[in-house]
Design a protein around this ligand. Structure first.
Ligand code: C2E
Ligand code: MG
Ligand code: MG
Ligand code: MG
Length: 283
């Protein structure tokens, strides 16, 4: 009897595993198809100067609308794209698209692009960025590349060499999701970042966890001492905005200002063009 139960349970797990692997395999196939069919989109989320309330730039965030499943979160599909190597061509598309979109904005407006570890394992990365800048003709200083410590975790000389090559080009390098990993602090020593973005989990806990408050302040102090920009991600309330501003952050990003939105909406809202047809003729 016990034996039967055991086997039954085993069969149940086996079936569940099969189902999961099938879902995963379908996701891989769909991702590859979506890339071929040009079904990815970039949305842009504003970054705002806490002192002046002006927009300093936008972070490009990948969006994928699956034909049947609807919007799939990047948190779900990017790790898969990373594992199957698709993130390399997809990430290349992101860099090129983001630079072209930024070329339509005022020249002081930056664009931030996220880079995955796999992109640093590819030898074309520096060339890709160089070409995206050359084609779009945006100043390198307007492009900000966001990396998490997963990129540096590989602790690899070629990764650092690539980061330095990008920096020498004039591109800015930001450390994203600061504070979530095992040794965020030590990574700050390995490369002179231009910006630290504290992870939004700390901002979320500001009002209900004393530790979060202390860490948020400490990261602002650290950034000031290092002479680099401190950005607070995931600011959703006026309270949080005031909190991070008082703590010494110079920039914020979050739903309080806006979620990421399609380029047309961004341009219409922030950079409206006077249309010839709309001009009234006097006479
Ligand atoms: P991230 O780079 O840390 O991006 C910030 C994430 O926080 C975005 O999630 C954004 O929509 C979300 N967010 C911004 N403000 C708020 C807020 O006030 N409240 C809340 N709850 N969330 C907020 P998203 O777009 O789902 O992206 C998730 C992650 O996927 C990104 O985290 C990034 O690591 C990755 N990702 C997105 N686009 C790309 C890409 O083009 N390339 C690579 N390699 N990774 C990407
Ligand atoms: Mg980011
Ligand atoms: Mg982040
Ligand atoms: Mg994140």
């Amino acid at each position: 009897r016990a034996k039967n139960d055991g086997r039954g349970i085993y069969r149940f797990f086996e079936a569940e595993m099969d189902a999961r692997m099938q879902i995963r395999r379908n996701l891989e196939i769909d991702l590859r198809k979506a890339f071929q069919k040009d079904e990815f989109e970039l949305h842009y989320q504003p970054l705002v100067d806490l002192e002046t309330d002006e927009i300093t730039g936008f972070e490009a965030l990948l969006r994928w609308s699956h034909p049947e499943r609807g919007n799939v979160s990047p948190a779900e599909f990017i790790p898969v794209a990373e594992e199957i190597g698709l993130i390399v061509p997809l990430g290349e598309w992101v860099v090129r698209r983001a630079c072209v979109d930024a070329a339509g904005w005022p020249t002081h407006t930056k664009v931030a692009v996220n880079l995955s570890p796999a992109q640093f394992r590819n030898d074309e990365l520096v060339n890709t960025v160089f070409n995206a800048l050359a084609t779009s003709r945006i100043a390198p200083q307007r492009l900000e590349l966001e990396i998490t410590e997963h990129v540096l975790l590989q602790h690899n000389e070629t990764t650092l060499a690539k980061l330095h090559a990008l920096r020498d080009m004039g591109v800015r390098i930001a450390m994203d999701d600061f504070g979530t990993g095992y040794s965020s602090l030590s990574y700050l020593r390995s490369f002179p970042f231009d910006k630290i973005k504290i992870d939004r989990s700390f901002i979320k806990d500001l009002s209900n966890q004393e530790e979060a408050d202390v860490i948020v302040k400490a990261v602002a102090g650290l950034s000031q001492d290092l002479g680099i920009t401190a950005t607070a991600e995931g600011v959703e309330t006026e309270n949080q905005r005031e909190h991070v501003k008082a703590a010494g952050y110079s920039e914020m990003q979050g739903f309080l200002i806006s979620p990421a939105r399609p380029i047309d909406e961004i341009n219409a809202e922030y950079f409206p063009q006077p249309t010839a047809g709309k001009k009234r003729r006097l006479a």
